[in-house]
Design a protein around this ligand. Structure first.
Ligand SMILES: C[S@@+](CC[C@H](N)C(=O)[O-])C[C@H]1O[C@@H](n2cnc3c(N)ncnc32)[C@H](O)[C@@H]1O
Length: 310
């Protein structure tokens, strides 16, 4: 029996990026918005996961599921049982409600429909029923409004995903954002407990990034005003949203210098760029592991995960 069902939800523009993150986390291709696995993942890290069902019982026979719950003698204060609709298998509303009642009945404790402490959920995917404890708190969007932002800042969803692609399942990696702007990526990484530092050459922008970190209770000194070409430390992975000269001129040659420097900063790089820079990355000595593109209005960005060729 699988232990977990992860339920995904994403906008069409995000599908490729979601699939890229999924592959980094679960090491397999995404084939559906409903993913059954034995792998635990802190689903709050991903902006695309709507919820996780921690499966207690599953069977193609609903009576077997009910019997398993009866045998477990569960007891919970303030719980409720819901039916989780899905896009794969339709269950008639009355039938779903009837089964939910039958599943709630053997659970001791107290029911609280308004403010439950525990939510049990039942769902059916193809011929199989799944029942378990459902988690769906999305804490990450608490930072969707930061005090300082600018129009070409990454949005929080894309920034958070870039962090997940960078670290995969290894939360102990040391991460750097060498062109951190107002600190969107740094904030998301810090919120996941990741050791990250950010640099920006621009005095005012780096100051704003510090204010953003301070506002959310993080150490503002994780951000330094510095030219990334002068960074002496090394890291496990870099996330670079490369400047492309929207407000101030930035030449192709300058971009090459930053890419070249990133090679010495870390073994792995998540590059966010407005053009496909694969040839440049390969010339420097990177191997492209995966890539996706994202749209922000009419503005296309590439997210490329690459690693040094050993
Ligand atoms: C595309 S913006 C990054 C936006 C950022 N991801 C955000 O969400 O706010 C690129 C940033 O690189 C910075 N930058 C340009 N050259 C740099 C350099 N040599 N070292 C460090 N930062 C640099 C710019 O000041 C700009 O803030």
């Amino acid at each position: 029996m699988y232990k977990y069902l992860y339920i995904y939800n994403y906008e069409p523009r995000e599908q490729a990026l979601c699939e890229m993150e999924f592959k980094r986390i679960f090491h397999t291709d995404m084939t559906s918005k409903y993913f059954l696995t034995n792998q635990y993942f802190d689903y709050c890290r991903s902006v695309y996961i709507r919820g996780r069902l921690d499966i207690i019982a599953s069977s193609c026979d609903i009576n077997e599921v009910i019997q398993t719950i009866e045998e477990q003698h569960l007891y919970y204060l303030d719980f409720k049982v819901i039916y989780l609709k899905n896009e794969i298998t339709h269950v008639h509303y009355q039938t779903a409600m009837e089964y939910c009642k039958k599943l709630a009945f053997p659970i001791d404790g107290s029911v609280n429909m308004q403010k439950p402490q525990t939510v049990f959920a039942l769902t059916k995917l193809q011929e199989q029923w799944y029942f378990g404890i459902y988690h769906d708190e999305s804490v990450w969007n608490l930072r969707s409004h930061k005090p300082h932002s600018y129009s070409h800042s990454l949005n929080i969803r894309d920034a958070r995903t870039a962090v997940n692609i960078a670290i995969g399942n290894d939360l102990s990696l040391k991460v750097v954002d060498p062109c951190c702007g107002v600190g969107t990526v740094v904030l998301e990484a810090l919120s996941m407990g990741i050791d990250i530092e950010g640099y920006d050459i621009n005095r005012y922008v780096s100051y704003q990034a510090r204010l953003n970190l301070e506002y959310f209770g993080y150490d503002p000194l994780k951000i330094q005003k510095k030219d990334m070409l002068k960074i002496e430390k090394t890291y496990d992975v870099a996330i670079m949203d490369i400047p492309y000269g929207v407000y101030s001129p930035f030449t192709y040659q300058q971009q090459q210098e930053l890419l070249q420097k990133s090679y010495f900063l870390a073994h792995q790089l998540v590059l966010i760029s407005h053009i496909d820079m694969n040839k440049e990355l390969e010339r420097i000595g990177y191997e492209i592991i995966d890539q996706a593109s994202i749209m922000k209005g009419n503005f296309k960005r590439y997210v490329t995960f690459c690693r040094k060729v050993i």
